[in-house]
Ligand binder design. Sequence first.
Ligand SMILES: Nc1ncnc2c1ncn2[C@@H]1O[C@H](COP(=O)(O)OP(=O)(O)OP(=O)(O)O)[C@@H](O)[C@H]1O
Ligand SMILES: [Mg+2]
Length: 276
Amino acid sequence: MSAPIIRMRGVCKYHGRFAALTDIDLTVAAGEHVVICGPSGSGKSTLIRCINRLEEHDAGRIFVDEVELNADTRNIAAVRSEVGMVFQQFNLFPHLPILDNCTLALRLVRGLAPEAARELALGYLRRVQIANQAEKYPPELSGGQQQRAAIARSLCMRPKIMLFDEPTSALDPESIAEVLDVMADLARDGMTMICVTHEMAFARRIADRIIFMDHGRIVEAAPPQQFFSAPRSLRAKLFLSRLLRYEGSGAPGTAQTAPQAVATTAQFNLGDGSDG
Ligand SMILES: Nc1ncnc2c1ncn2[C@@H]1O[C@H](COP(=O)(O)OP(=O)(O)OP(=O)(O)O)[C@@H](O)[C@H]1O
Ligand SMILES: [Mg+2]
């Protein structure tokens, strides 16, 4: 495994007296693909938002590519320049065409000339297969197209790490598949990724490690094969059995095992599917 690119040690986050994160220890290697899952309110968003300082942690230490996230704004800027983030609700500027959404930061933050920014952005829009939508405004695109535009916009900044917070949970099934295809492509290219998602077929295919959270803690961390077939904690078992209740399966670890069940959402194009 390559060198760590993210290190969280004893990280805690409070809202008043409520602990949103407690003692988070997490090391992510460069090129690793981590999927975070867990019940609503378990701290998944808070955890990944701490990695680019959208949330400030109250205790513990976080290092991204050897830079510590602390009150030093230069460090925060350095980390943010390496970390891209994609949200459930796209967060595109609705009053700007897709191309301008992508070139804005390239011009204002990176100081690229308009033509260079345009070429770079079009390259990434081609990569996510929406170059033909470049002149449209976000509200004129489907959800899946908007999310792919948001991914392209992040990629324009050439991040070393991509964080995804439930990027497909607002989408229809076909759009989900389109966005997962793009994410799988990024994973294959070796991008370091942390994805909060409940697309378990996707997780099973691309994740090196699944992290299961509950009540602000990491309860379980395991390779997908192990997590889906034999989750150790009762909480994870319960979570998976609920998640898979409508997928025609029994609880994980029973005769009808979770891995078969989780393959039912595998509509995205990820090779031969022999392991699903
Ligand atoms: N600004 C805030 N003030 C108070 N409590 C907050 C705040 N932000 C988050 N929380 C609480 O922290 C906990 C963790 O929130 P978080 O958004 O990280 O959960 P999550 O696992 O991402 O949930 P979901 O699956 O619903 O997105 C929740 O109980 C939430 O209510
Ligand atoms: Mg969340």
